[in-house]
Design a protein around this ligand. Structure first.
Ligand code: 16G
Ligand code: ZN
Length: 533
């Protein structure tokens, strides 16, 4: 039986504002922090229900709006293995958030319980964390009310990165089992990653210091801690660490700023020496962008596609060197935003698949390989090792010292990589390992392939829901006739490629175009934009 008088009393304290329609989308709920109180309360209740449905396994709640402006906030749920909330539950989240009154809300709770056959006598366990946003503390107390209302056992992970929260969820649920993911504490995370990193670079030339733009967000705190664990095995220079300065979060810095503007954060302009490696995290440290200034002082960006090219090739080589290429198939997952040059480069080395935008699509597709690598061009990505692969790596008998070394590296990589979700810190350490092993500078890494010039524009349209896509968002099925017009236009541009899709996070339609030369990519984007408008 639901504790309905208790639920009602708490719910009355967190009324839904009228005239706002919330949606649990690709990135959970995300909007202005000032209108999220009722949503956080209701997400607390939902998290409790989700855990009860999963027989008391711990679920996670992360309060963040990632790379969005500081006044925004958001919330998303994490399932017990550390992956995103099962897609079929997104609609329950949306229904709950939009119930106009307490009565309506209680009705939706009842419906969810019936629909998903929840045994309410089961325990509920929830771990939660938040980023550094000023609205975070109050939103967390609304969340806590929801968790109390449903009677959940809770654990507060405090101010932490999104990937650390995902790590904790998995570590808590695998504690004491054969699949233990590590100590279920933030310290456990730092120990796991730094330990694996040190083993992977043992005996190699120590990397030069790396400059890290922490986006003035929670990544600054985590980078500081991992840096203490790494000591001189990876010297770091931390920039944009003003986590308590109002208005600083993601402002003119961070991975999204760099990727969208294809430029350096102004705050780094005087600090980077030519050739020096630098990278940016986003506001919750789950995206990573690398870059450097070339000898002429020009900005050179190494985005998620370049990271994929670097690390996927490295893994393919290690699997071959370990003598496992027949048993362990490595695959790569991209989205339509992947630069065409990266797809070409990677297709020569391993199977490449294209899926719709959004981590859940990439993650699920990657699970179909023994080792599945996925990266979005925006810098979010990770590598998944299937259960059999982990077992094979731990039991395989190498025939030669070279095989043994490669096998050891693979095993250590499974500890270095945060397999629950993209993780700026873990991905940065992974990149540093590969660069160290290959003795690559940024320029050598960059020369693996040359990006095709590309342009992304947003177009405000009357109704973005009128735009429907197929073929992993690469073609439009509606509005009728539009795709043919795009095709005709694209044919006129050498190396041209363009696609149109409705955004899942903003009320706009996005147009992507690439072509053999810069001016043509720009022109194609604007002309396709003209067709859409
Ligand atoms: C969200 C997604 C990201 C995707 C982006 C696309 C997650 C955790 N994040 O940030 O993967 O690239 O949305 O935004 O799924 P758009 O639909 O507005 O282009
Ligand atoms: Zn993020």
């Amino acid at each position: 039986q639901l504790p309905s008088s208790q639920l009602r009393a708490y719910a009355d304290a967190h009324p839904k504002p009228p005239n706002i329609e919330y949606q649990y989308g690709t990135a959970g709920f995300r909007t202005l922090g000032s209108v999220l109180d009722s949503v956080l309360f209701r997400v607390g209740v939902l998290a409790g229900l989700r855990s009860k449905r999963l027989e008391g396994r711990t679920v996670g709640v992360m309060v963040t709006a990632s790379h969005n402006p500081e006044q925004d906030n958001g919330v998303k749920l994490v399932d017990p293995r550390g992956e995103m909330l099962e897609a079929s539950w997104e609609q329950y989240a949306t229904f709950l958030a939009n119930a106009p009154t307490t009565d309506a809300f209680l009705d939706v709770v009842d419906a969810v319980v019936k629909n998903t056959k929840i045994d309410l006598s089961r325990p509920a366990r929830v771990v939660y964390g938040r980023d550094t946003r000023p609205s975070g503390a109050e939103l967390v107390s609304a969340l806590e009310d929801g968790l109390k209302a449903i009677g959940a056992e809770t654990r507060n992970a405090g101010i932490t990165t999104t990937p650390i929260l995902h790590y904790l969820v998995r570590a808590i649920n695998t504690k004491g089992t054969a699949e233990s993911y590590g100590e279920d504490s933030e310290e456990g995370y730092y120990l796991k990653l730094s330990g694996a990193f040190k083993k992977l670079i043992a005996g190699k030339t120590k990397p030069e210091p790396i400059v890290i733009d922490c986006a003035n967000g929670v990544g600054a705190l985590a980078a500081e801690k991992i840096s203490q664990h790494l000591g001189d095995s990876l010297p770091m220079i931390l920039e944009n660490t003003a986590t308590t300065t109002k208005g600083a979060l993601n402002y003119q810095c961070g991975a999204d700023f760099v990727k969208t503007g294809q430029k350096l954060p102004p705050s780094l302009a005087d600090k980077l020496k030519p050739g020096q490696r630098a990278c940016s995290f986003d506001g919750d440290a789950d995206r990573l962008m690398y870059y450097y200034l070339d000898e002429r002082g020009h900005f050179q960006m190494l985005d998620g596609d370049k990271i994929a090219a670097l690390v996927a090739s490295f893994i393919v080589d290690l699997v071959r060197l370990a003598g496992l290429e027949k048993e362990v198939k490595v695959g790569l997952i991209q989205t339509a935003y992947a630069n065409g040059a990266s797809t070409k480069y990677l297709s020569d080395r391993l199977p490449v698949k294209c899926v719709s935008t959004g981590v859940k699509h990439l993650h699920h597709a990657a699970e179909h390989y023994q080792i599945g690598v996925y990266f979005e061009a925006n810098g979010h990505g990770t590598i998944l090792f299937s259960r059999e692969t982990l077992e094979k790596l731990s039991t395989h008998e190498p025939n030669t010292p070279a095989q043994s070394t490669a096998l050891n590296h693979l095993v250590n990589l499974t500890h270095l990589i945060n397999q629950t979700v993209g993780d700026a810190i873990s991905d940065m350490l992974l990149v540093e390992v590969v660069l160290t092993h290959k003795s690559y500078s940024g320029a050598e890494w960059n020369s693996l392939y040359t990006d095709l010039p590309n342009r992304l524009v947003k177009v405000v349209v009357a109704d973005r829901n009128a735009f429907k896509t197929e073929d992993a968002e690469r073609r439009l099925v509606s509005p009728a006739g539009l795709q043919q017009k795009i095709d005709e236009l694209v044919r006129k541009f050498e190396g041209g490629r363009s696609f149109v899709r409705p955004s899942g996070t903003e009320d706009v339609v996005r147009v992507y175009a690439e072509a053999a030369i810069r001016a043509q990519a720009d022109e194609l984007a604007y002309r396709v934009g003209g067709l859409v408008y």
